[in-house]
Design a protein around this ligand. Sequence first.
Ligand SMILES: NC(=O)c1ccc[n+]([C@@H]2O[C@H](COP(=O)([O-])OP(=O)(O)OC[C@H]3O[C@@H](n4cnc5c(N)ncnc54)[C@H](O)[C@@H]3O)[C@@H](O)[C@H]2O)c1
Length: 363
Amino acid sequence: MSDLMVNASSLGISQHTHIPPIRPQECGSEMVRVGVIGYGYWGPNIVRNLHGQKNIQATMVCDKSPAALARVRRVYPSIETVSDPKEILRSPDIDAVAVITPVWTHYELAKMALEHGKHVFIEKPFTSTSAQAEELINLAACKNLTIMVDHTFLFTGAVRKIRELTESGALGDLYYYDSLRVNLGLFQHDVSVIWDLAPHDLSIMDHVIRAEPEAIVATGEKHLNGVEDVAFMTIYFPRNVIAHINVNWLSPVKIRTTLIGGQKKMVVWNDLVADEKVRIYDKGVQITSGEGIRDLLVSYRSGDMWAPQLEQLEALHVEMSYFADCITGNKVPFNDGHAGLRVVRMLEAAEESIRRKGELIRL
Ligand SMILES: NC(=O)c1ccc[n+]([C@@H]2O[C@H](COP(=O)([O-])OP(=O)(O)OC[C@H]3O[C@@H](n4cnc5c(N)ncnc54)[C@H](O)[C@@H]3O)[C@@H](O)[C@H]2O)c1
């Protein structure tokens, strides 16, 4: 909850109080009809971004809380509301289910949705264990259904630009990814700060570094409610690429800053500023060696800094439309179940390392 409470503005999320009802003429045969389960903190952002799309729409929302359903009806009078997920699962008018509930419920709800022949859009982190993720991936494959894991940041203008820079080789060989993702609260009841906040960085790293991590070291401490509220992770990738993530629910200030260092260029991404979120520095170090260590010649390059134009579309809007395209076009999303599983594996390894007081865990 905390990350996007915090990140709502950084993901370009605006707060609308009234949204017009769905127009029937928009419902063509290529329209993907979604039943959303969970209308707590994050669910409203999903429903809002399904609204008014050309290829996808929310037709039913389920929440066990009557107050949540009353909120749905107030804003979207045309959306059916139900309190039992089975009503969504059994409906022949629903093509896909969006699972926007706490992590510990993901596996069971997604499994039931797949068993009922529905495509699945599911929140991060995908599941509580990698075994659950593997089972869902296999089930979806057997039934030729799509799983998309909501790694929202991958659809932001900032991450799309960073991916473009790494993919084109503009940064040169990557050296490091270093992220600070801290704020005060909000505490989750069922997961630690690692499972709550680190999936953002792990999914971004997976998307931009595009290499399987080799090992993880993590440390963390519990201070208040029995789960780690401060944690530090180091992830080792092939070719000396190293990543560090600092996640913290006990910070007096909110910071969302990531440094990405490459041999040719370096990036500073400050997600909290409105302009110039991504700055690219033409800075670097070059070493020319002579005979021995004393003959090392170090030269520093300090060129221009520029801030590229970023796409301004709301990330979730782009993601929901992409989900529909993947279903109707029978395409595999890049944020599929396997991408979700890779993140869950890193989370499990980090948790194991924390339990063993910072031991190196090989992946
Ligand atoms: N992608 C992001 O950036 C982002 C941001 C915030 C949260 N999330 C994820 O979204 C998910 C939900 O988080 P949240 O903060 O909205 O949680 P929340 O507790 O605020 O809301 C969950 C809602 O689901 C309902 N619910 C739970 N189990 C249910 C069931 N079996 N049937 C019907 N309704 C049920 C609850 O009544 C509640 O209204 C989590 O997985 C979280 O990690 C993702």
